[in-house]
Write a protein that binds this ligand. Structure first.
Ligand code: ADA
Length: 556
């Protein structure tokens, strides 16, 4: 059994091989004390990729030992589909939302060796309030997707340390600090980029907010992703965050990054891998980003759930912009009008914004991918999510991927119009070869629609578009690498080449595991094969071909 020790200060990652067992029962029926841990599993990891419980639904129980005592904080950076955390056999907390970062503070008891059990269940919840329904077109894995960390709580607890860039010319940023516990300190001391603690922030009951100019500031851009660091010291405790100075705005029908028009050469990326599920190692994430950067891609849509902090750190550092969105997929009236669904959507969307607000790579917030935005009944939830985000952050535009295109009745509620559309794939008849005219007339129809006075001020993006391709099929027909490459290249030429569009997010980076037989069409072998690389990241023709077009269009 792994034994981890929580240090006196700092954080310990509980990553490694834990004791494990799989049981077919649901979480409610579990008696953890009688469970026989007869196997091993990796944390992070998806248990339903392991032999023994491969592709099975039920509960995976993970156990490790932790040496610590007193008040502690445990952060579970994301699991799925739901979990319960036990400390020395007693239930501490439950995790309701997949991919969501859950923080819990608790009294670990006397200093010594304790037992931590995390029970993770991957059975489907078909109720209207469910966040991960069985018809979603990405596999509902069971496992501890992301790292689990622990730290000992000091007398002063950090609740919030936010840095929002306000002026790219002067390097002005807005710093918000909130601490709890011993809140007697009247000020916090600030140090930029490991310099001296020269500036102070007034605190009242542990809360303070003020504007500062970052000395010698440099802008964050995808080409030169400069990061700054802020350390705040309160009493003898200090807290550090990195941030970037850049602005992102939507105006006059365009997107602007640091005041310059921005064209999005984007791609949708599931943080998934056939061998690791959603527990994608950082090494692979970094290679994915490097591959995309080399082809000139500048933005990822993190479909369709909040991204891990580790991934966003990588994007900050390599200079890859991100559209981050909360978890949802194709939700219809039953969910869209369900009070529990709304409560969860608002809570999880707010959590995402708080988690990611300091990351300069995140340039847009999204939610509710392909919901029923063609009906008035969806307006309440969409408006509530937009309002919840704007309350926390007004420095980034808001959008959602609409599949209802010209029939959408909610586009006025967001800042950017984003269309998910599949011309030459789902929409038309059964043309065997790529029909360029068909694609272009469809893109033109959407652009004309978005040029009407009520939408003309909002930037227009294609947020999904694509075609499946079997690696090795060079027939030139549908499902071939050529067909996919021709379609995607034409989309980029059109959306990056001037005109109404601010660019496109192709669907998608890599082939992903989904289901063979559910409501989704055409998923041979249980994979969505619209990737420009396959699941193992082997490039298809479109990978390099789209890269050439991006470089031509963006003059790289
Ligand atoms: C939708 C959806 C994606 C994926 C895609 C497809 O637009 O948003 O998640 O399922 O279609 O491949 O059909």
């Amino acid at each position: 059994m792994n034994l981890f020790t929580v240090p006196a200060s700092g954080v310990v990652e509980l990553s490694g091989i834990w004791e494990f067992t799989f049981v077919p029962e649901a979480l409610e029926n579990l008696a953890v004390e009688t469970v026989n841990f007869d196997s091993l599993a990796a944390v992070p990891g998806c248990f339903d990729l392991q032999s023994g419980c491969f592709m099975k639904r039920g509960t995976g129980l993970y156990r490790c030992k932790v040496r610590c005592g007193g008040e502690n904080e445990l952060v579970c950076h994301g699991l799925g589909l739901r979990g319960v955390i036990y400390w020395d056999g007693k239930q501490l907390a439950s995790v309701e939302a997949p991919f969501s970062q859950e923080k819990l503070r608790f009294d670990a008891g006397e200093y010594g060796i304790h037992q931590l059990v995390i029970a993770v269940n991957n059975e489907f919840d078909d109720s209207p309030g469910s966040l991960f329904r069985r018809n979603y077109d990405f596999y509902a894995h069971g496992g501890i997707y992301r790292k689990v960390t622990m730290s000992a709580l000091a007398p002063l607890r950090l609740e919030k340390l936010q840095v929002i860039p306000r002026n790219t010319e002067t390097g002005e940023v807005e710093v918000s600090l909130e601490v709890s516990g011993d809140v007697s300190a009247k000020e916090a001391f600030l140090s930029w980029d490991e310099g001296e603690f020269l500036e102070t922030l007034k605190l009242e009951k542990g809360v303070g907010k003020a504007l500062f100019c970052v000395p010698g500031h440099k802008l964050w851009t995808p080409e030169s992703p400069h990061l700054h660091q802020l350390t705040v010291k309160v009493n003898d405790q200090s807290f550090t965050t990195s941030f970037g100075i850049r602005s992102i705005t939507a105006a006059q029908g365009k997107l602007f990054l640091n005041g310059k028009e921005l064209k999005i050469a984007g791609i949708n990326r599931h943080d998934a891998h056939p061998d690791f599920g959603y527990a994608v190692p950082d090494d692979i994430r970094l290679r994915d980003l490097q591959m995309l950067k080399e082809q000139g891609y500048n933005c990822i849509r993190g479909c369709h759930y909040p991204q891990s902090e580790d991934f966003l750190d990588l994007c900050d550092r390599v200079g890859m912009m991100v559209w981050e969105e909360s978890l949802a997929w194709g939700n219809r009236e039953l969910s869209m009008t369900d009070p529990l669904f709304k409560e969860r959507q608002v809570r999880e969307t707010e959590k995402m914004v708080r988690k990611s607000i300091n990351h300069p790579c995140v340039i847009m917030w999204g939610f509710l991918n392909e919901c029923s935005s063609d009906f008035e009944f969806s307006r309440d939830l969409i408006a509530s999510l937009a309002a919840a985000i704007r309350k926390l952050d007004t420095s980034r535009p808001i959008t959602y991927g609409s599949m209802f295109l010209t029939k959408d009745v909610c586009l006025d509620l967001v800042d950017v119009i984003s269309f998910n559309t599949y011309p030459c794939w789902y929409r038309e008849g059964q043309e065997q070869y790529f029909d360029r005219e068909n694609l272009l007339s469809h893109l033109k129809e959407l652009a004309d629609f978005a040029s009407a006075p009520e939408y003309a001020e909002k930037p227009l993006l294609i947020s999904e578009i694509g075609a499946e391709a079997f690696p090795g099929d060079h027939s030139g027909l549908r499902w071939s690498e050529e067909y996919q490459a021709e379609l995607l290249c034409e989309v980029l030429r059109h959306t990056l080449g001037g005109g109404r569009y601010s660019g496109a997010f192709l669907w998608q980076f890599c082939d992903i595991r989904t289901y063979i037989g559910n409501t989704c069409q055409h998923r041979p072998g249980g994979f969505n094969r619209k990737g420009i690389v396959d699941g193992s990241r082997r490039p298809k023709l479109s990978f390099k071909e789209t890269g050439k077009v991006i470089k031509e269009c963006l003059n790289k």
